[in-house]
Design a protein around this ligand. Structure first.
Ligand SMILES: C[S@@+](CC[C@H](N)C(=O)[O-])C[C@H]1O[C@@H](n2cnc3c(N)ncnc32)[C@H](O)[C@@H]1O
Ligand code: SF4
Ligand code: SF4
Length: 334
């Protein structure tokens, strides 16, 4: 994974430290639309939605100035459905290196031209969902031709050499057997890989949760073999402690200690603050403290271990160390 230059890493760490002390979020996820091009089996989005009340690109500046996040995710629904997504990114970045900005997308609407325009606007990392290393991806996402589009575009864009593409693979009982072949695919395409974990909270469906003894044994054996392939290029983006915590999450059926609303939060397409994408209590931008008091302080939900949580459940020293040594990967090279 592309290493963040030293000066930029220090700026991120500086802002992270002050946010931690001031109880401001480290990561903000902007769900820029609720609509989606897919109908994935594991997700509650899918298909068209009413877009009339979506925030406009210029509105995002106000949220970034007030919340001052270190990291922003531009997500959805499917963010590339917004024709003004490049302007949204410009509004978030405002010509600065901060916040470090990740586009979380299924890439059904990605083109080389859009990739370059989004990079130019300030996207630092492209997170592309991949559930299977072949056409089964289309079946799971209910989008014929999606895998072909990825297979054509990803290796081609990787060859441009920006090293900013990360496959994002949500582990479910359906793709448990593909943990290693998805890693092979990331290597073959010349991109990075980040695993995340299925939560039944989105749809209520427990069938995709790999929790039986046989499934857990398979999960652990396959993750062991992928872990053995970790190297200094940071192509396996999850920290070792995050992989460990993911194993525990599946083994115990949950992960307590969630800091949703405090260390991270979601801004919905129409501009409300929500603790996370699976908790639908809505607050205005001015009511962040109320969200922490009413939600975070008493929250006992342990039902997911998605990436946004996995980075932020840690103690501040551990987070700082892992950011320095892994996720942001300080280097003095450009
Ligand atoms: C909600 S989607 C939004 C962005 C975009 N549409 C995409 O699929 O990448 C973000 C990520 O959430 C993951 N996801 C969807 N349903 C999930 C679930 N029930 N548990 C965990 N992750 C889930 C998807 O696989 C995807 O990688
Ligand atoms: S996971 Fe992403 S692509 Fe699939 S339905 Fe949900 S929002 Fe859409
Ligand atoms: S564990 Fe936290 S982030 Fe996950 S669904 Fe529950 S409240 Fe949301």
């Amino acid at each position: 994974m592309r290493k963040v230059p030293l000066a930029e890493s220090l700026r991120i760490i500086g802002r992270g430290s002050s946010n931690w002390l001031a109880n401001r979020p480290i990561v903000v996820s902007f769900e820029v639309t609720d609509a989606c091009t897919c109908y994935c089996k594991h997700c509650d989005h899918g298909g068209p939605r009413d877009e009339a009340r979506n925030l406009r690109p210029a509105d995002y500046r106000r949220y970034v100035e007030e919340l001052r996040p270190c990291v922003v995710q531009i997500s959805g629904g499917e963010p590339l459905m917004r024709e003004d997504v490049v302007e949204i990114v410009r509004s978030v970045k405002n010509g600065s290196t901060l916040p470090y900005t990740i586009l979380v997308s299924n890439w059904s609407h990605m083109t080389e031209e859009k990739y370059l325009a989004l990079r130019d606007a300030g996207i630092d990392q492209f997170s592309v969902s991949l559930d299977f290393p072949d056409e089964r991806h289309d079946d799971f996402r209910v989008y014929p031709g999606l895998y072909r589009q990825l297979e054509d575009l990803i290796p081609r864009l990787a060859k441009l050499g920006h090293d900013d593409i990360v496959l994002n693979s949500c582990i479910t009982s359906e793709n448990l057997g593909e943990i290693e072949t998805i890693a092979d695919k990331a290597r073959e395409w010349g991109v990075n890989l980040c695993y995340s974990a299925y939560s039944a909270r989105r749809t209520g469906c427990r069938d995709y949760f790999p929790g039986s003894p046989a499934q857990l044994a398979e999960l652990n054996a396959r993750l062991d073999r992928v872990e053995a392939r970790r190297d200094s290029t940071n192509w396996l983006v999850n920290a070792p402690s995050t992989i460990q915590a993911t194993r525990r999450y599946f083994a115990t059926g949950g992960t307590p200690g969630c800091k949703a609303g405090l260390r991270f939060l979601v801004v919905t397409a129409d501009g409300a603050l929500q603790p996370c994408s699976m908790q639908f209590k809505r607050y205005s931008l001015a009511e962040r403290d109320r969200m922490i008091r009413e939600f975070t302080a008493v929250n006992r939900c342990d039902e997911c271990y998605v990436s946004i949580r996995s980075y932020l459940d840690k103690s501040f020293p551990q987070l700082l160390w892992e950011n320095v040594s892994g996720f942001l990967s300080v280097t003095t090279s450009k």
